[in-house]
Design a protein around this ligand. Structure first.
Ligand code: FAD
Length: 430
């Protein structure tokens, strides 16, 4: 007979919503705590940005959570952004039928998902979790303290906690050598909303991930010049053919004494703004759990990115991995957590999980993968997804999904935005 547990979920973004659905399906009693006044997390576009764009300290409570820009369209096709039994493909939720829809469409999809799955009735809005800790040291039960709107802090005890607080809020900013010589403006993509402030500027965009590519492209419509710096450009340095005013460089080497930005390949530019599209830090200000750390952006020790061995299955994290089909990994992780809590998925012993984690770290090191990329699943993303699927009692990933995802990645890297609109035609062949 599966065990039903009381479970607190922290955060009502895509991860928290699907975690709650899977927990409910497994028969658990679920309460979702959401700090903001609405569900949807990242996908609830917020036109505000943080006042101190490059504050070295993590964002203060109440700072802007979202990092979406006004024009944002998904970088994955609809087909890869739904949940099982509730697809984003084949339906229109907010009047945007495009294969790569804008953020409003995804937000409306998440709302509809929450309603249909019954999760919306489990969400406590304006309830910021301020502390999560084991009640008894053993982690058999967990105290969750949250601040209600009036400011009062209330505590409640649960059997388990699933952490889904989102990981695209606290900017990660590289310390550039010679930055003391920089007189211009700096900002992080967390605070980028629209291109207008960059009119006629020379802009250095640091980083060539999905946001870096999108933002560089958008800014190039108004800026004088856009220079993208990345360590992944070695084979295609120089002007980008399809744009009048975009150049690819290797990494920023240092800021010269005269304030110019110098790149590793030897060129330098006098720029107005450095725009960091360099990702985010994991941040869990509310966790009061001994032995669980964030070290150089590695959250650990975590068994398969989900369970701290000492507290499994009662404490878990859904949504840490990136470089994968994100919504699908949320769902598979959630299903595994729900089944581990009910006793339908067996976990290894604490010692065996801890040993596996250490072995995974050793393998990453041997492969030359930096610690800060611990949760970036490339190149083994399918292996991870299939492993999760097996825990959740699901078949391995279909070849078509894998091909679509890998194709989307290649398109992002091509710097050519036309893939979003030409996709439909080309993918009839896959
Ligand atoms: P979030 O959506 O950030 O939700 C976390 C929630 O937790 C928030 O609502 C927050 O208010 C709440 N919260 C935080 N702390 C607390 C607390 N202490 N107490 C209570 N509540 C709390 N993914 C894709 O699949 N496709 C894309 O095209 C795509 N584009 C992206 C573009 C950008 C610019 C960014 C930043 C991300 C993009 N992503 C994309 C990744 C995106 O982050 C995930 O798709 C996903 O929506 C993240 O969901 P989440 O639930 O983990 O986090």
């Amino acid at each position: 007979m599966p065990r039903a547990r009381t479970v607190a979920v922290v955060g009502a973004g895509a991860a928290g919503l699907v975690a709650a659905r899977e927990l409910l399906r497994e028969g658990h009693a679920v309460t979702v705590f959401e700090r903001s006044a609405r569900i949807g997390g990242t996908w609830a576009y917020d036109p505000r940005s943080d006042p101190d764009p490059l504050g070295p300290e993590p964002a203060a409570p109440g700072a802007v959570h979202g990092s979406l820009y006004a024009s944002l369209r998904t970088n994955l096709p609809r087909e890869l952004m739904g949940f099982s039994g509730f697809a984003l493909a084949g339906r229109v939720f907010a009047g945007d039928p495009r294969t790569f829809p804008g953020h409003r469409e995804v937000l409306a999809f998440l709302h509809a998902f929450a309603v249909e799955s019954g999760v919306d009735g489990r969400v406590r809005l304006r309830s910021e979790v301020v502390r999560v800790g084991p009640l008894d040291g053993q982690g058999e039960r967990w105290t969750v303290a949250w601040r209600v709107e009036a400011g009062e802090v209330v505590e409640e005890v649960f059997d388990a906690v699933v952490v889904c607080n989102g990981h695209c809020t606290v900017p990660q900013v590289p310390k550039l050598r010679g930055i003391c010589n920089w007189q211009g403006k700096q900002m992080h993509s967390h605070n980028y909303r629209t291109p207008e402030p960059f009119q006629d500027q020379v802009v250095v965009v640091v980083g060539l991930g999905a946001s870096g590519v999108d933002i560089a492209r958008e800014i190039s419509n108004v800026a004088k010049e856009v220079h993208i710096a990345s360590r992944y450009t070695e084979d295609r340095l120089g002007k980008v053919d399809i744009y009048q005013n975009v150049w690819l460089h290797s990494e920023v080497d240092y800021i010269q004494d005269d304030g110019q930005v110098r790149f590793s390949e030897g060129s330098a530019v006098a720029a107005d703004t450095i725009l960091y599209c360099t990702g985010y830090h994991y941040h869990f200000p509310f966790l009061d759990v001994e032995g669980l750390t964030v070290d150089d952006n590695r959250v650990g020790p975590l068994y398969k990115h989900v369970f701290p061995p000492k507290h499994a299955p009662n404490l878990s994290f859904v949504g840490l991995p990136n470089k994968t089909i994100i919504f699908q990994s949320f769902e598979l992780e959630s299903r595994w957590v729900a089944r581990a809590l009910s006793g339908r998925a067996a976990l290894l012993s604490e010692e065996a999980m801890a040993a596996t984690v250490q072995e995974d770290y050793r393998r990453m090191e041997a492969a030359g993968k930096p610690k800060r990329h611990t949760h970036a699943l490339m190149p083994d993303w399918v292996e991870y997804m299939d492993w999760l699927a097996a825990q959740a009692g699901e078949p391995p990933m279909e070849a078509r999904r894998r091909e679509l995802y890998e194709k989307a990645l290649r398109c992002i890297w091509s710097l050519d935005d036309s893939y979003r609109d030409s996709w439909e035609e080309e993918n009839r062949r896959i």
